[in-house]
Design a protein around this ligand. Structure first.
Ligand code: ADP
Ligand code: MG
Length: 494
């Protein structure tokens, strides 16, 4: 990483530059049919307490039974994060009292998590990338939800989420700017969605982050951190870090010190405020859950899961660059969302000549299709133009059947009315004029009708563009500009 980019990440203060240090704890809901220790459904949208078993409501004598699929999902995620998979891990009880936690403790993993150190590569807007270390990933149960707005004098509790499997993914304090933090969360989300281990739906709270922020003078040891709890918007994560870093810098520069505390971000006010200080922090009295054996599996089991992993965004991007000659930027745009990548793969699969036209197909998907979807506020899932139709349009250009200009008209027709692009080109007479005799005829007519322009072009050869334009116009955009250019040059003696 070069020096200017690095210094631009620093924040200015009255005493000089400050470096922001950030580490994230991301809670990702595991995609699974059933909860972590019971067979209850995890389905979304059920009425209050419809998805609650005796285990989830912590009735006396109930015992947890581990859901094998949740374990597999955690291992897959660890592999996707290039992390060490621990063949032996332990479930612990994290004890605290809260009305949405009927057990009186959360089953989590403390000293021996299922996944150890790993790494995520984060691409930044300026084209550079940075690596963020993963400290660990562990499995734990979600709690229920308190509802305070259902009754004037009582709170209600909904235990549908109680016992749903979460993965807590803890990063190292390797992140140095709000943009890097946002890039990290979105990359993590992309990887999880490719893996199919978490749907990444932040609005539903299925992916949320606790954001730890501290500031220091470059080269100094780490400063005292504050933790901003439960952020479920990538935009707000950026805003909260900016606010929090500035707040800490101002306090230190005024001669104060940072208290380690938990804070909440208020998006309406754009500020963080204190929730509890370190002194009020819980003592969770962790101890191994006596109801559960340590989780042990073999390397063969891990290797089996690894062999079945889908291609991940970094690999896919590298392949698009190497095989199709895409720019790294275009390749990133295509792989950044699983839906976009799948759509582009479907286009590639249908192309007549992938080697020749793959790059053109990428341009069409990014510029014409994504551009149009953006403009109309539509999602790729509901695109009026299918991958098959895009491939067909690109085939027609690649085979010189239609010009690039006509292809845009064709795209417009397919977008609004639908239809098979190849059949439309036939029925609407959109084929490119390849008959040089016909082009020569048009060129001769235009030269004969415009002696003044002919005189001009002899002085200034760039004026040939005017002639090209006239021929294109006369042919309704159906001539090949390259061919027109050559014929014009010959006829005008340029
Ligand atoms: P705890 O379990 O008490 O929350 P951890 O040491 O596990 O503490 O750290 C939690 C998160 O805080 C990690 O993501 C880590 O990267 C981050 N972190 C640790 N020290 C700092 C610091 N000085 N500034 C910013 N983030 C930090
Ligand atoms: Mg923490």
């Amino acid at each position: 990483m070069n020096a200017p980019a690095k210094s631009s990440k620093l924040m200015k203060g009255s005493t000089g530059d400050w470096e922001v240090v950030i580490g994230l704890e991301v809670h990702a809901q595991v995609t699974s049919q059933a909860k972590l220790f019971s067979g209850t459904s995890t389905g979304f949208g059920a009425g209050p307490n419809e998805h609650v078993s005796l285990v989830d409501s912590a009735m006396p004598g109930m015992l947890p039974v581990i859901n094998e699929e949740c374990v597999a999902q955690a291992v897959r995620t660890g592999l996707g994060l290039n992390a060490k998979i621990n063949l032996r891990s332990v479930f612990d009880r994290k004890n605290y009292f809260y009305p949405d936690l009927p057990q009186g403790y959360q089953i989590s993993q403390f000293k021996s998590p299922i996944v150890g150190e790993g790494e995520v590569v984060v691409e930044l807007a300026n084209g550079e990338s940075t690596k963020v270390g993963i400290e660990r990933l562990h499995l734990e149960q979600d709690a229920g939800k308190l509802l305070h707005d259902q009754h004037p004098s009582m709170s209600f509790v909904d235990l549908n989420r109680s016992g749903v499997a979460l993965m807590e993914i803890v990063s190292k304090p390797d992140i140095r700017s709000p943009e890097e933090a946002q890039g990290y969360v979105s990359k993590l989300r992309t990887i999880l969605r490719y893996l199919g281990t978490c749907d990444g739906d932040m609005e539903k709270g299925n992916l949320r982050a606790d954001v730890n922020v501290s500031v220091r003078k470059p080269g100094d040891p780490y400063g005292t951190r504050c933790e901003i709890k439960n952020m479920n918007s990538i935009r707000f994560i950026g805003d909260a870090i900016k606010y929090e870093a500035r707040r800490q810098i101002d306090i230190i520069e005024d001669g104060g010190a940072i208290d380690q505390e938990t804070r909440l971000y208020d998006p309406n006010k754009g500020e963080t405020r204190s929730m509890r200080s370190k002194e009020e922090a819980h003592d969770y009295r962790y101890f191994p859950d006596p109801d559960l054996l340590p989780l042990e599996f073999t390397q063969t089991y891990v290797d089996g899961l690894k062999a079945k992993l889908p291609e991940l965004p970094d690999d896919k991007r590298a392949r698009f660059v190497a095989d199709l000659g895409l720019s790294p930027y275009d390749a990133s745009v295509l792989v950044s969302e699983r839906e976009s990548a799948d759509f582009f793969e479907a286009v590639l699969a249908k192309l007549a000549d992938k080697k020749r036209d793959g790059k053109m197909a990428a341009n069409w998907v990014i510029n014409e299709l994504f551009g149009r979807l953006n403009k109309e506020g539509q999602e790729i899932a509901s695109s009026p133009v299918s991958a098959v139709q895009i491939a067909s349009i690109v085939d027609l250009i690649g085979a010189n059947t239609i010009s690039g200009k006509i292809a845009k008209d064709l795209f417009e027709i397919v977008w609004t009315k639908g239809g098979d692009p190849k059949a439309l080109v036939e029925s609407l007479g959109m084929k490119q004029v390849t008959d040089t005799g016909a082009i020569e005829k048009m060129v001769d007519d235009i030269i004969a009708a415009n002696p003044d322009k002919v005189a001009q072009v002899k002085e200034k050869p760039a004026a040939i563009q005017w002639f090209v334009g006239q021929v294109m116009k006369a042919s309704g955009g159906k001539t090949n500009p390259q061919a027109v250019n050559e014929i014009l040059k010959a006829k005008l003696g340029l």
